[in-house]
Design a protein around this ligand. Structure first.
Ligand SMILES: Cc1ncc(COP(=O)(O)O)c(C=O)c1O
Length: 367
């Protein structure tokens, strides 16, 4: 008898950006700049940190499954609590979507060059996954619509997309939505929506309350709470009811829920985050282009940089590691010739740019 199904046997687990402590241990470097996981370079929301500290005395009690934050989100977005879910990061909710809605002969449909976490979750369910090529580093929605068949059950779209930073527009989404049968669920993953919301072309999915669309959002990025694991989602109550059946009863944790609630009110931190990101982009993007690199225009807190080949990626990635700078190679995302660089603080960006300049001078990556 097999220990695990064949699709688990061959599954490559999600490999996160290299942790700072690992690089310090491996290379004996003390100063490390990590620009590999789109974390908030300003740290966590201070109001969230205070809220966490206030909950320490309640840690002997089980949490209430996210009810408090669901109520607050419902009020803020004028929905019913039955339309809202909270979980261990948006990826935790994604995992529950995969578990709740997919039968063995269902298919999932998405793009090449999108969030590797979704690929891993879909593969862990053993269903067929159809991947449509990107078009100029953007989701090709018309081509995705053409690949819908009778087995398609879930379509996954990330907007802005990770790792490209690109968005599909309101007009493009409207045309796409008309081509999707109602029985197909669309996951609209808006992990980076805060960075894109001022772009008039960005289709904020909270303005599209379609019955077959599940919006996913997170506190991991703009609120700096990646380490506490809290994300949320909105959908028709029939979908949320089924997600609540499979969710772990006590997620999110007491601390995660308190952090998320406080972060929602931390408007000053969000403003600082968005301003720092805009300033960082304004420095980093022209500087990378001055170094002779191509930078894909971004609507998020990171940039995609295509290089000439996968071996150029290996060379640049490794040389930067030796200088204490961690960026993200993108083979697992289906873009082996690209790297992704998170926008950091002014100091981190300066270290990145100086290190990269030296690396490009000493390698043959740019012809
Ligand atoms: C597009 C996208 N979705 C989801 C996630 C996961 O976020 P969370 O920390 O909320 O699980 C990420 C994290 O990198 C992401 O880039």
């Amino acid at each position: 008898m097999r220990l695990v199904p064949p699709y688990i046997e061959t599954l490559e687990p999600y490999k996160p950006g290299k942790p700072i402590a690992e690089l310090q241990r491996e290379f004996g470097i003390s100063r490390v700049v990590k620009l590999a996981s789109n974390e908030n370079p300003l740290g966590p929301s201070p109001l969230a940190v205070q809220a966490i500290q206030k909950e320490y005395g309640n840690l002997h009690l089980y949490p209430n499954g996210g009810l408090d934050i669901r109520e607050i989100l419902a009020q803020r977005f004028r929905l019913n609590v039955g339309n809202v879910i909270a979980g261990s990061g948006s990826e935790g909710i994604m995992s529950n979507i995969i578990r709740a809605f997919l039968c063995d002969d269902d298919e999932v449909l998405t793009s090449e060059g999108t969030f590797v976490g979704f690929y891993v979750l879909a593969r862990s369910r053993g269903v067929k996954m159809v991947l449509v090529p990107l078009n100029d580093y953007r989701f090709d929605l018309p081509a995705i619509a053409e690949r819908i068949n009778d087995h398609t059950k879930i379509i996954y779209l990330a907007n802005p997309n990770n790792p490209t930073g690109t968005i599909f527009t309101r007009k493009e989404f409207d045309a796409f939505y008309r081509a999707v049968p109602e029985r197909v669920l669309i996951i609209l993953d808006e992990a980076y929506f805060e960075y894109a919301q001022d772009n008039p072309d960005f289709p904020d999915s909270m303005q599209y309350r379609y019955d077959n669309v599940i919006t996913l959002r997170t506190f991991s990025k703009a609120y700096g709470l990646a380490g506490i694991r809290i994300g949320y989602g909105f959908a028709h109550d029939a979908l949320i009811t089924n997600l609540l059946k499979v969710k772990l009863p006590f997620e999110p944790s007491t601390l995660a829920q308190a952090a998320g609630i406080a972060a929602l009110g931390d408007h000053a931190f969000l403003k600082r985050t968005l301003e720092a990101n805009a300033a960082g982009k304004a420095t980093v993007i022209p500087a990378l282009r001055n170094l002779g690199l191509t930078v894909v225009p971004t609507n998020a807190n990171f940039v995609l940089v295509p290089l000439e080949s996968e071996s150029a990626v290996d060379e640049v990635y490794t040389a930067l590691l030796h200088k204490g700078v961690i960026i993200r190679p993108l083979r697992a995302f289906g873009l082996p010739h690209c790297v992704r660089i998170t926008i950091g603080t002014a100091d981190q960006n300066a270290v990145l740019l100086a290190s990269l300049q030296k690396v490009l001078e000493t390698t043959k990556v740019l012809s």
